[in-house]
Ligand binder design. Structure first.
Ligand code: GLU
Length: 553
C-alpha cells in the first residue's frame, strides 16, 4: 500500500507537517527540574470540587519547581459541552485565587505562546499528526458502522474473547486496499481514523507513576479511534498531541485514566514523541450522610460537589485552599505552623507526598480550618470580604453593614487582632445571625434565662446595673462595677468561693454578667461583653436593659 497516497486521499487539506508544529511550539526554555503541568477540564459549565483539587496540584507543582501551569479546555466531546461552559470554570478558579501561567483566561480569551489552548481550535494540529501516522502506515480509516461494531461485540462475547474491541482478526478495515478505501470515500461513506496497533497480548508495559510508583499493565492491542468521523480527535489522541506540543512534562490527572496509559504509551511511541511523566491523583471522597460509608461526590446529591457552593456560603478562598492543602500533603500543617503568615501558594508542594488512596473531604474539618483562618484576618479585611459577599448574596445585610462602616469594622474587631482571637466565624453567611444584636432592624430579642437564674434575680441585677452603666468605662472599671453588683444581691464576685460553698450564694459574677449579656444580646455566649456595650452605646444599652426588666417583672 502506498501510504503517502492514502494520506493525501484522507487529508488533502492538510499542508503543514509535524516539523512545522515542532518549530511553532518549540521546547520550553526552563531551568532543569522545572515542571510544566496542565489542568484540562471539559467545559461543562460547572467547576467540581475535585477540579479545584486537581488545579491546585497543577499550579503548586509548577510553582514549586519554577515551571509553568496552563489551563487547556478539552471541548472535543460535543455531547457534554454547554454554551459558554468555560466561564463558570474560570470564575471558580478566580474566586479561589488559582492562577495559571498560560492558557484560557475567559470565554474566548487566552494567553501564552502555545495557543490556541482550546482543543476545538487545534483540529489542524491533530489532523497533521494523524496524516503523518497514515504516511507511516500507523493509522487507517475504518468504515464500520455502529451496527457492525455492535455485531462484532456480540460475536466476541459469544466466542468468549478475553479482550473486547477492534483489533487483530476483528479489525475488518485494517487491511482494506487503497482502491477499496478510495471507493468508500467516493461513495461518501463516513469513517473514523484508527490507530494500527502493533501491541501483543503477551507483552506488558511498565511506567512510573509519581504518586503510585511502578505500574505494570498489559500492552495495548486495540486499534483505538484517533479521529472521529467528523475529524475531531478522541481524548486519547488529543492528549498525546497537545501534551507533546504544549510541552507538558507532567501529566497530572484523575486515577480514572490509569487504565488508558498503555494506549497513551503506544500512541506517544507511534508519533515519535517523548512520553511525559504521569501522576494519577486519587479520587476525592466523602462520607455519605445516610449510609455512613465512603463514596465519590455526586453532582446530583451533594451541593458541595460544585465549587460555587463554597462561594455562595462565603467560605473565604484562603480557608478552602488551606483545607485542600492539608489533604494533599500531610506535611502542610507542619509547614503552616512554621510559616503562620506565608501565602499558601508558596508551600513547597510535593507530588510524591500525595497518598494514592482517596482523599476524604470533610466539611466539618473545613469549617474548623476556616474559623482558624478567619480568626487571623484583620477586621478591615473581614469587612471587605463580607461586604463583597453580602453585596451579591444578602442585600439586607449589605445595607446594614454599609450604613455605618466604621461601626461594622469595630463590631468585627471585637476579640480580634489580639494574641488569642476568637474562632467563631467559619463563613460569611453566618455573620448576620451571629451579630444580629448589633442591628435593631433584624434583632429579635429572646430573653430566656438559664435555669439557675430566676426572673426576680435577673430583674434585680439589671435594675442595679442600669444605675451604674457607662459605655465609656474602660474594661477594668466596667468589670469592677459588675463585681460590685454581686454581694448586695446575694451573688459572689469570687467564682472559687462559690465553688467551695455553692449553697451560700444565688450564683457568682459569671451569672450576673450572663443576665446582662442576655438582656443586651439574647445570647449566653458572645464576644467580649464590655466591647459590645461600648459599641452599642449608653442609650441603646439602657433601653435594652429596661426592656428586659419589664419582661422579667
Ligand atoms: N478532559 C479530561 C477530563 O475532564 C482531562 C483529563 C486529563 O487531565 O488528561 O477528564
Amino acid at each position: 500500500m502506498d501510504y503517502e497516497k492514502l494520506a493525501e486521499l484522507l487529508f488533502p487539506h492538510i499542508t503543514k507537517t509535524v516539523e512545522d508544529y515542532e518549530a511553532l511550539y518549540p521546547a520550553r526554555n526552563l531551568k532543569e527540574g522545572a515542571r510544566v503541568t496542565r489542568f484540562a477540564p471539559s467545559p461543562t459549565g460547572y467547576l467540581h470540587i475535585g477540579g479545584l483539587f486537581g488545579a491546585l496540584v497543577d499550579v503548586l507543582t509548577a510553582k514549586a519547581t519554577g515551571g509553568i501551569s496552563y489551563l487547556r479546555i478539552e471541548d472535543t466531546d460535543k455531547k457534554r459541552e454547554i454554551e459558554d461552559g468555560v466561564s463558570a470554570v474560570i470564575n471558580g478558579f478566580k474566586a479561589f485565587g488559582i492562577e495559571f501561567d498560560e492558557g484560557v483566561t475567559g470565554f474566548g480569551t487566552e494567553k501564552g505562546a502555545y495557543a490556541p489552548y482550546t482543543q476545538s481550535q487545534r483540529v489542524e494540529v491533530y489532523q497533521t499528526v494523524a496524516k503523518e501516522l497514515v504516511k507511516k502506515g500507523l493509522a487507517y480509516p475504518c468504515f464500520c458502522t455502529a451496527e457492525e461494531l455492535s455485531a462484532l461485540r456480540e460475536q466476541q462475547e459469544k466466542e468468549g474473547a478475553l479482550i473486547w474491541g477492534y483489533f487483530g482478526k476483528w479489525a475488518k478495515c485494517r487491511d482494506l486496499s487503497f482502491e477499496q478505501i478510495e471507493e468508500n470515500i467516493k461513495a461518501g461513506k463516513p469513517y473514523v481514523l484508527r490507530f494500527r496497533s502493533d501491541g501483543s497480548e503477551d507483552r506488558r508495559v511498565y511506567f512510573d507513576d509519581i504518586i503510585r510508583g511502578k505500574i505494570e499493565m498489559p500492552e495495548n492491542i486495540i486499534d483505538e479511534v484517533l479521529l472521529k468521523s467528523d475529524g475531531i480527535p478522541t481524548y486519547h489522541f488529543a492528549h498525546v498531541c497537545d501534551d507533546h506540543f504544549m510541552r507538558t512534562t507532567h501529566v497530572i490527572r484523575g486515577e480514572e485514566w490509569i487504565s488508558s496509559v498503555p494506549k497513551h504509551i503506544a500512541l506517544f511511541k507511534a508519533c515519535g514523541f517523548k512520553l511525559p511523566k504521569y501522576a494519577h491523583t486519587p479520587q476525592l471522597m466523602k462520607i455519605d450522610e445516610v449510609e455512613g460509608t465512603k463514596r465519590k461526590f455526586s453532582k446530583r446529591k451533594d451541593p458541595e460537589a460544585a465549587v460555587s457552593y463554597f462561594v455562595d456560603q462565603g467560605i473565604p478562598k484562603e480557608s478552602l485552599i488551606e483545607y485542600i492543602l492539608t489533604l494533599l500533603n500531610s506535611n502542610f500543617e507542619d509547614w503552616r505552623r512554621a510559616n503562620p503568615t506565608a501565602d499558601a501558594f508558596s508551600f513547597p508542594f510535593n507530588l510524591k507526598k500525595m497518598s494514592p488512596s482517596g482523599c476524604l473531604f470533610d466539611l466539618v474539618k473545613l469549617t474548623d480550618i476556616s474559623k482558624n483562618v478567619i480568626s487571623k484576618m484583620s477586621a478591615k479585611r473581614i469587612f471587605d470580604d463580607l461586604k463583597a459577599w453580602a453585596k451579591v448574596y444578602d442585600e439586607e445585610f449589605y445595607n446594614l453593614l454599609t450604613k455605618d462602616e466604621e461601626f461594622s469594622v469595630n463590631m468585627l474587631n471585637i476579640d480580634r487582632e489580639v494574641p488569642k482571637p476568637r474562632k467563631d466565624i467559619a463563613k460569611w453567611n453566618e455573620v448576620k445571625d451571629y451579630f444580629s444584636y448589633f442591628f435593631n432592624e433584624i434583632y429579635v430579642p429572646d430573653l430566656t434565662l438559664p435555669e439557675n437564674i430566676s426572673k426576680e434575680d435577673a430583674a434585680a441585677i439589671l435594675k442595679e446595673y442600669i444605675k451604674v452603666v457607662d459605655a465609656a468605662d474602660d474594661k477594668d472599671t466596667w468589670f469592677g462595677k459588675i463585681k460590685a453588683l454581686c454581694e448586695p444581691l446575694g451573688f459572689t464576685p469570687n467564682v472559687k468561693e462559690y465553688k467551695k460553698n455553692p449553697d451560700a450564694f444565688k450564683g457568682h459574677v459569671g451569672d450576673v454578667s450572663t443576665v446582662i449579656r442576655i438582656a443586651l444580646t439574647s445570647r449566653k455566649n458572645t464576644p467580649d461583653l464590655h466591647s459590645i456595650i461600648a459599641l452599642l452605646g449608653d442609650e441603646e444599652v439602657k433601653a435594652r436593659l429596661e426592656k428586659a426588666v419589664k419582661e422579667y417583672e
